[in-house]
Design a protein around this ligand. Structure first.
Ligand code: CTP
Length: 407
């Protein structure tokens, strides 16, 4: 992916052991297509060298406001004017305090102060010992930085370099990268709540066996991530899948269709958008044996009978809020043939304003897909692309059709 193509990021390093993670973060930003200008404080040079950061960013590193390489001798102006964002990672407690006070006696704090505040956002990834993090001074500084318009990316929790355990670790490079990518996405669903079902369901026959559907959950998780990037409050209700939860998304794990329905009905009354990507098993065994069903030696397989599962999408689409348009429902159809006709018929049958069709067998488990959007106006094709790219396009289509928040 080239999610940061065309973006220029000033990556500021301040003094902290988490500087070792900044090397990988820098690499990740570059891999995503960003150009990265590293600026380091003197303290950060105790932890990692400018040589390393220059090699990874492919640009000379700046460490001083007196750097004569700039023809006008004003690196604080030049560097901050070029940037699309300034990311301080790691941001020490001391550097936060300096930002709060508007200090400017070294290059990094100077260029933060000198940046055009409305167009060059400041992203902060704090890193410090848990006691320093919990201290009222730090918490007060964080609140002030947020009030001054900075974006605080939060901290991780766990074992710290000092040997103590708690909050204050810098987020992992991959997490920060996801946050930076999300930061640049348009906030088309700000203030909305989005509920997504994803993955298969598993209907137990006995404690050992059951029936299920093909579904990796990747498309649903990509939609959850894209909706979150667009500023929504997102819940993903996931059947049994092996996928990491996207940053900032709340996850409810379920197994069976009935559990998925219960979880969905608990979440959708406050939602603005419901996207049903789950491959719900249409039937479940009529009875679930408490013990493993054993062969009885007769050579005859056991007689199995099935009961139809509830249709989660159709149930939600019939709700009063969905009927009056306060909850925008989107269905998915995984078909093996006649996609357009099947998708049209399914839209009618489920009673949803938008139905997204795909050819199931060609996308199961893959990282890319192609989609067909069917609504009352007709059919639009989203050509083959990564599931995340398609999810972002779908989110934009949903944002265009769903009612504005609070109406
Ligand atoms: N769906 C659901 N609950 C079910 C079955 C399906 O919520 N019990 C949702 C899926 O999440 C998807 C849409 O309905 O958004 C269509 O799913 P699909 O399995 O393609 O449709 P079915 O109704 O099962 O139709 P058929 O098996 O006849 O193709």
């Amino acid at each position: 992916m080239n999610d940061l193509a065309g973006k220029h990021i000033v990556l500021g390093l301040t003094g902290g052991i988490a500087c070792y993670k900044a090397a990988e973060l820098c690499r990740g930003l570059v891999k995503q297509g960003a150009t990265v200008q590293v600026v380091m404080t003197q303290a950060s040079e105790q932890f990692i060298t400018p040589v390393t950061m220059q090699a990874l960013s492919n640009r000379p590193v700046f460490t001083s406001q007196w750097d004569a390489r700039e023809p006008n001798n004003m690196p604080h102006i030049n560097l901050s004017r070029e940037a699309d964002a300034i990311l301080i990672a790691p941001c020490s407690a001391d550097f936060m305090a300096r930002l709060v006070q508007g200090r400017s006696d070294e290059l990094l704090s100077l260029l933060c102060l000198a940046r055009p505040i409305a167009s060059v956002r400041l992203l902060i990834a704090p890193a410090m010992n848990r006691e320093m993090w919990a201290h009222p001074a730090t918490q007060r500084n964080m609140a002030q930085l947020a009030a001054d318009g900075a974006t605080l990316l939060g901290v991780g929790s766990g074992l710290q370099a000092c040997g103590e355990t708690g909050d204050g670790r810098m987020l992992e490079p991959q997490e920060l990268l996801e946050d930076v990518i999300a930061f640049f996405q348009p906030k088309l669903l700000a203030g909305r709540k989005v509920v997504v079902t994803a993955g298969p369901t598993f209907e137990a026959l006995d404690p050992i066996r059951g029936i299920t559907n093909h579904s990796s959950g990747k498309m649903g998780f990509a939609i959850a991530r894209a909706a979150r990037e667009a500023g929504a409050d997102v819940v993903v209700i996931a059947g049994p899948v092996r996928l990491a939860t996207p940053r900032g998304v709340r996850r409810v794990d379920v197994t069976s269709a009935r559990q998925m329905l219960a979880a969905t009905e608990a979440e959708t009354p406050q939602a603005d958008v419901f996207v049903a990507t789950a491959a719900v098993a249409d039937w479940r065994p009529a009875t679930e044996s408490g013990q493993k069903i054993k062969k009885d030696g007769s050579g005859q397989p056991p007689a199995l009978s099935f009961t139809e599962n509830p249709d989660i999408l159709a149930t939600v689409a019939r709700s009063e809020r969905a009927q009056r348009g306060a909850l925008f429902c989107v269905g998915f159809a995984a078909e093996s043939h006649d996609l357009v006709d099947n998708a049209r018929a399914k839209r009618e049958r489920k009673g949803v304003p938008l139905l997204v069709g795909n050819i199931g067998p060609s996308t199961f488990g893959q990282d890319d897909n192609q989609l067909l959007l069917v609504d009352a106006q007709g059919v639009v094709e989203l050509p083959r692309a990564s599931k995340l790219a398609l999810a972002r396009q779908l989110v934009a289509e949903i944002a265009r059709r769903a009612r504005p928040a609070g109406t």
